[in-house]
Ligand binder design. Structure first.
Ligand code: GUN
Length: 731
């Protein structure tokens, strides 16, 4: 007797009635999200796979899916149930959950796929949705019009328009049952976007991406990536995105990184029928195996050879289990990767599983902004800021917004190094996002001194050459000091800021020669275009002499009289500059404002020489350094001072305004919840500092945003801002 048969898993706890249909983001990594979809048959954790159950042909019993495999939601076809008298009567009398003997959430499809395969279906648009409602499904699907890649543009246009035309009647038939509003559009990005906008404007609960089965069958993964980028940015962010007919684990990391929440597939059973096995690295055939590609529980006690000798039905069952277990394991690993902030890294690694997947990945990371072939490896570094690229092809404009949608949602992992894994590392969206923030928000001081570039060795740069930098600045106050990190040039102030400060990789990453043309482009991005520059190689035998030589090269006097006694004060000044510069990045302050905020700061130092507190000129503790990533956190006092500056919205930290009812709770330090938000400023970004305001504009709290501006007002459940300090007096 197997354990799951001894102890059936308890039935799911229904979500609270008022919450049914809501989707909450529990954790995010860029566009990837670990979510919770509330249904009357339990709260479903996403990303997840809904195994397809053919009610006439069950390879693995739905009850076992629930009891043994912990599957929270499955999908079956309402058209098949509707067509078969026995199934239909049972479902109408006892409900679909009883028909399948499955206690979890059930989604049904509508017959669209049958229409695609067989040419037509006999059921009406409203009839099939009412039927799904009547048999008690948790999520029904409207009868959309499938768009094949070989259709003419006119045919696709008509299919998209007809699907949108059917939306109102379908929603009316669904009543309170959640309804899928599929996105069609074939391979046409503009029609995909049009479909997403058209369907998104109606009250659907979930948006499946439809018409992708032939795209995946033909392994057109770049087209699949384009379909994602064309559709998802145009969809309401509070609704989960489902990938119709996608169940190959190889595709999960990339699609999840681009925002997919639900998958469904019969692949686990269909592949097993032909002795094919799914693995995260591609498909393998049982006939070729001496060993299991991954040792899953169902085959732990048998060899491939023994399974080959089983009769067809037993073999198919065994391989279906194998495929299901592999699929579930990969999804679990993807969810963990989202929690760890490493989903893109997983997609990056997984992209090597298949040439077409690699092509799709390279298209994503190097081409949307260029519309051209992948750039040569040595150019990757230069491409980390795509918007600065000189390419002006029309394709660039087409994809730039979609790529921005990915980049703008990125957070910088709070802890740990950026782990180098080849050239792909430098185009990870969060690296692109960090560079973009630097280039958008940081501006050099007005002085016109030359630029000194420290290169050739990794950090910690302050420990390595902090003393020389202080001395060089003491004799030449207008000097701009930059360090060369493997992900680009950064001002000295950010020498301890992630991801620039700590890259884990081979030594030669830091030894790349300073290419003059590239340095010029980097200086332009940093608004230092007209400055002369000189390099200091930190691998020189005598770094002091290298500094002197570089300063002399720059026309400065390396031996200018410096009073040693003045050096500590110059060091402190540099710390102040650092606080100003970091405030520009973290709080989006213009240099003038940042200077009035922290330009006269004093510091409380730890015994090891680290800054513990940053105080303003009036002695108020306004900022605290974050050890994990080198950033600065606003304190309660700092939030008040900042808000008191009365900054115009374009030059201030992000703000979010809550509804009146939420004011006492948030003001007392509770998190800001979705559903209680009036508006959010465009500056809001996940992981960014945020001031929380009452409807009258009064400051009531500050914290760290968990969402983008569009999500702030659209999402209905979950935490929008993790409040670090409530600022209303306690009563
Ligand atoms: N199953 C696979 N693709 C599709 C699709 O485009 N629409 C529907 N309704 N079901 C599908």
């Amino acid at each position: 007797m197997v354990a799951w048969q001894d102890e059936p898993r308890p039935a799911p706890k229904p979500a609270r009635e008022a919450h049914v249909g809501r989707f909450e983001v529990k954790a995010r990594d860029g566009r990837a999200r670990v979510g919770a979809l509330s249904t009357a048959h339990g709260v479903v954790t996403t990303p997840t796979l809904l195994p397809v159950i053919n009610p006439n042909l069950r390879t693995i019993e739905p009850r076992e899916m629930w009891d043994r495999y912990g599957i929270e939601m499955l999908i079956t076809n309402s058209y098949i149930i509707w067509k078969h008298e026995r199934l239909r009567t049972h479902a109408l009398e006892h409900g679909v959950h009883d028909l399948l003997n499955y206690p979890g959430a059930i989604m049904t499809d509508s017959g669209t796929f049958q229409a695609y395969v067989y040419g037509d279906v006999e059921v009406g648009v409203e009839e099939i949705v009412s039927f799904q409602r009547d048999i008690g499904v948790d999520v029904a699907t409207m009868l959309d019009v499938f768009t094949r890649p070989d259709m003419t543009r006119e045919e696709v246009e008509e299919a998209v328009a007809e699907t949108v035309r059917r939306a109102d009647a379908s929603l009316a038939s669904a009543g309170s049952t959640m309804l899928n509003g599929p996105i069609q559009g074939g391979l046409h990005p503009d029609l995909r976007r049009q479909s997403a906008e058209g369907m998104g404007a109606h009250g659907f609960s979930v948006h499946p991406i439809g018409g992708i089965v032939p795209v995946m069958e033909q392994q057109r993964y770049t087209d699949l990536a384009k379909i994602m980028l064309a559709s998802l940015p145009a969809l309401p962010p509070q609704r989960p995105v489902h990938m119709f007919g996608c169940g190959h684990p190889m595709l999960f990391p990339m699609l999840i990184a681009l925002g997919a929440d639900l998958f469904d597939s019969a692949a686990y059973a269909l592949f097993a029928r032909d002795d094919r096995m799914l693995t995260p690295n591609g498909t393998v055939h049982l006939g070729e195996l001496r060993e299991w590609p991954l040792l899953m529980p169902c085959v732990a006690h048998v060899t491939p050879e023994a399974v080959r000798k089983l009769d067809k039905d037993a073999r198919m069952e065994m391989l279906s289990r194998y495929n299901l277990e592999v699929t579930l394991a990969e999804l679990a690993a993807c969810r963990q990767a989202v929690h760890d902030g490493r989903i893109w890294e997983r997609a990056e690694r997984r992209s090597h599983a298949h040439p077409a997947l690699r092509e799709a990945f390279l298209w994503l990371t190097t081409s949307p902004a260029r519309g051209s072939a992948p750039i040569p490896a040595t150019e990757h570094l230069l491409m980390t800021d795509r918007t600065a690229a000189s390419d002006t092809s029309p394709a660039r404009g087409q994809w730039e917004g979609a790529w921005d949608w990915v980049v703008a949602s990125q957070t910088t992992p709070g802890q740990g190094a950026l782990r180098w894994a080849g050239e792909d590392t430098f185009v990870r969206p969060f690296v692109v996002a960090s560079r973009r923030r630097l280039h958008r928000h940081w501006r050099p001081a007005a002085t016109q001194g030359p630029v000194l570039i420290l290169h050739g060795a990794p950090g910690p740069w302050r420990d390595r050459v902090g003393a020389q930098v202080v001395r060089a600045r003491a004799s030449n106050p207008s000097l701009e000091v930059l360090v060369l990190s493997p992900i680009g040039l950064v001002p000295w102030s950010f020498e301890d800021l992630q991801p620039f400060a700590h890259v884990e990789g081979p030594e030669w990453l830091w030894k790349r020669p300073l290419d003059h043309a590239w340095v010029r482009r980097e200086l332009t991005r940093l608004h230092l275009h007209d400055r002369p520059f000189v390099g200091v190689n930190l691998r020189s035998d005598s770094v002091g002499e290298a500094f002197d030589a570089a300063l002399a090269d720059a026309g400065l006097n390396p031996r200018a009289a410096v009073d040693d006694a003045a050096l500590p004060e110059v060091g402190m000044d540099l710390r102040r500059v650092q606080a100003v510069d970091k405030s520009m990045l973290e709080l989006h302050l213009e240099r003038d404002m940042a200077t009035s905020f922290v330009g006269q700061a004093t510091f409380v130092m730890s015994s090891t020489g680290r800054i513990r507190n940053v105080k303003d000129s009036e002695g108020r503790h306004i900022l605290s350094p974050r050890l994990g990533d080198g950033g600065l956190s606003l304190t309660d006092e700092g939030a008040k001072v900042l808000h008191g500056l009365g900054l115009p919205s374009g030059h201030a930290p992000a703000t979010l305004t809550v509804v009146e009812d939420a004011v006492p709770f948030v003001g007392a330090g509770r998190n800001v919840m979705h559903g209680f938000i009036l508006e959010a400023s465009e500056r809001l970004r996940p992981g960014g500092t945020c001031l929380v305001l009452a409807p009258d504009g009064a400051l009531i709290a500050h914290g760290v945003a968990q969402c983008t501006p569009a999500e702030a007002t659209a999402m209905e459940k979950g935490i929008a801002v993790r409040v670090r300090g409530g600022l209303l007096p306690s009563s």
